[in-house]
Every structure is written in C-alpha cells, then in structure tokens.
Design a protein around this ligand. Structure first.
Ligand SMILES: [Zn+2]
Length: 115
C-alpha cells in the first residue's frame, strides 16, 4: 500500500515511516503549521492588548466603576484575560496583566489596577 504526501499527493516511495515525498514538502508542511499557530497566538495577543488598552483608558488611576455596556461599546472581549483572582469572600477578578475587572451587581463592573 502506498501512502500519499499530504502536501502534494505524490505517492511516497521509501521507508515505511516516511511521511512526505521530499524535504521540500516536509518543510512546507511544518512552515504552514508554524504559521497557523503563530497566527493564533498573534490574534489572541491582539485581543489581550486591546482589552488592556480599554481597561487602562477607563481606569487611569487605580480603581474605577464602569458598566458592561460601556466596556462592550469599546469592543471589550470578556473571553480573554491572563489570570483570575478569587477573594476569600468568593469574588473573582479577571486580570489582563495588571488591570483587572470584577463583575458587580446589575450592569456594573469594578476595574482595579494591581500593584
Ligand atoms: Zn510532496
């Protein structure tokens, strides 16, 4: 049974564990994989950077109260943060680097900067 090269579909001749027809195709395949994961990382980094910029704009000092509506209007993405912190009383802060937010009642959010 002949395997086919996943890049160019040429039949692979040679060792049974050979995966690509040539060094060229192996490199092309690996470069594409790297490119995909680099794009993924870059996109998430961009989202984090945007979130961080929004929080810093809203919270130039160390603590402020804002609303979900305001955050969403600025394009804030609640899915992306770098860490969480849960207090003894069970409140969870979501941090993007040193800027964090805490969901409060109704539409409100507290934004705090970590020392
Ligand atoms: Zn090939």
């Amino acid at each position: 049974m002949h395997k086919k090269c996943p890049v160019c579909a040429t039949k692979i001749v040679g060792r049974a564990d050979k995966k690509f027809c040539s060094d060229y195709c192996r490199n092309a395949y690996n470069n594409q994989l790297n490119k995909d994961s680099k794009n993924l990382i870059r996109n998430i980094n961009n989202l984090l950077r945007k979130n961080y910029r929004i929080l810093t704009e809203l919270n130039p000092k160390n603590k402020i109260k804002t609303t979900r509506t305001k955050l969403i209007a600025k394009g804030f993405d609640f899915q992306h943060f770098t860490s969480t912190y849960t207090t003894k009383t069970g409140n969870t802060y979501y941090f993007i680097y040193d800027q964090g937010y805490l969901p409060l009642e109704n539409d409100f959010y507290a934004i705090v900067k970590r020392d």
